[in-house]
Design a binder for this molecule. Structure first.
Ligand code: GLV
Ligand code: MN
Ligand code: MN
Length: 394
């Protein structure tokens, strides 16, 4: 790769590293429409402007940087997201955005002809859903698979409405909704992402075949608050017991089904050490290779829980566009083609436009953690691969 492109990659990476990092854990807290998210968005805008690209924010708060005429149609789009899970790693999301700018730099250095076809770099808003509970809000709204009124009414843990948070960040929450005009201008979307397991082995780069169906369910276990020191065990209505039994059952049922079930977030009322809880709310994240397995698994967990359950989001199985993924794999010389259990904006867009993904090797497989890592050489191989794929598509 050209030295200058490598330098650009390193420079962008260095600039983003301190943004939204929580010193105590070394993890990132770049949640949608917060100050840290705003700093990431300012960085994106600056990258666009300093390259002379046409910068815009769409109706759903996603940021776009266009090389070529945004109105020309049949655009090749690449990018990812800049927000994070609570105490997330540096790579999940930002690697795709930084690599997109670096790949564009590589194409321009080489003088690649685009034939009038525009190339756009996108930062989809609120991919992780860490603050308001629903993942991929920006891409879901754009693709019309999240109802605008429902989105505006989502609340964070402090009770702040998503609509109000957007407005405070300077974005009109009443402009959100399906964006056919924008979708109609996209010829293909290619998202580069750090791989989130240890599945690439000897290969620095791979291509995605599919995304497992996955969803999030809220479990409310009701009980009665009482004194921890004076209430006899037989007199208690302690929702913590049903919650604990549900976690263990979910784990066992998932093992039996060859699937995944995780309770990673919990909120307790009144949350006092010396008080029996009156309510436990816990969120189940469950995923499986196919829909029938996932349906059966979640049904089983719900039935045995005794909780009041609300499905908060769901993404059906995604099979990426066959010709596009085969074209990418061939262009890259027969790299591994593999499915993933992780959700992505690419999975949402796949319902509307031809979509594909590139994965960059993750040596430990750790993700959604401060310890998430990819070697710089692999990241640079990712940039080379992305540039090659974009050049081919253009
Ligand atoms: C997104 O990272 C998800 O799979 O939860
Ligand atoms: Mn993620
Ligand atoms: Mn991601």
């Amino acid at each position: 790769m050209i030295d200058q492109v490598e330098e650009n990659f390193r420079g962008m990476w260095r600039e983003l590293l301190p943004v939204g990092r929580y010193e105590a854990t070394g993890g990132y807290r770049r949640h949608a429409w917060t100050t840290a998210d705003g700093e990431c968005r300012a960085w994106f805008r600056e990258q666009a402007l300093k390259r002379g690209l046409t910068y815009e924010v769409d109706r759903n708060g996603n940021q776009w940087a266009w090389y070529g005429d945004p109105a020309a149609g049949d655009a090749i789009v690449t990018g990812s997201h800049l927000d994070s899970v609570p105490d997330g790693g540096a790579y999940d999301g930002p690697l795709g955005v930084v690599s997109a700018f670096a790949a564009l730099d590589a194409l321009r250095e080489r003088g690649t002809a685009t034939g009038g076809r525009p190339l756009a770099i996108v930062n989809f808003g609120d991919e992780e859903g860490a603050r308001f509970g629903v993942a991929c809000v920006g891409s879901r709204l754009m693709a019309g698979v999240l109802e605008p009124g429902h989105a505006r009414a989502l609340r964070d843990q402090d009770g702040v409405l998503l609509g109000d948070a957007m407005e405070r960040a300077g974005h009109d929450p009443f402009a959100i909704g399906r964006d056919d005009d924008r979708l109609g201008r996209i010829g293909a979307y290619v998202e580069l992402h750090v791989e989130q397991g240890r599945n690439l082995g000897d290969a620095p780069v791979g291509v995605a075949s599919a995304i497992w169906p996955h969803g999030r369910w809220r479990f409310d276990f009701h009980g009665e608050a009482n004194h921890a020191g004076t209430t006899r065990l037989e007199d208690r209505r302690d929702p913590m017991l049903a919650y604990a039994a549900t976690v263990l059952n979910a784990r066992e049922q998932a093992r039996l089904a060859g699937a995944l079930a995780t309770f990673g977030k919990i909120s307790v009322e009144p949350n006092g050490t010396n008080a029996i809880a009156s309510r436990v709310t816990a969120w189940l994240d469950s995923r499986a290779a196919d829909s029938d397995t996932l349906d059966m698994l979640v049904k089983e967990i719900i039935e045995q829980s005794g909780a009041e359950v609300t499905r908060e989001s769901f993404t059906p199985v995604v099979e990426f566009d066959r010709p596009l993924r085969d074209r990418l794999a061939a262009r890259l010389g027969g790299v591994p083609v593999l499915p993933t259990g992780a959700g992505h904006d690419a999975g949402i867009l796949a319902s509307a436009v031809p979509t594909a993904m590139l994965f960059v090797r993750n040596p430990t497989g750790v993700s959604h953690s401060p310890a998430e890592h990819a070697e710089e050489a692999d990241c640079l191989a990712g940039v080379t691969a992305l540039a090659s794929v974009l050049e081919d598509l253009l």
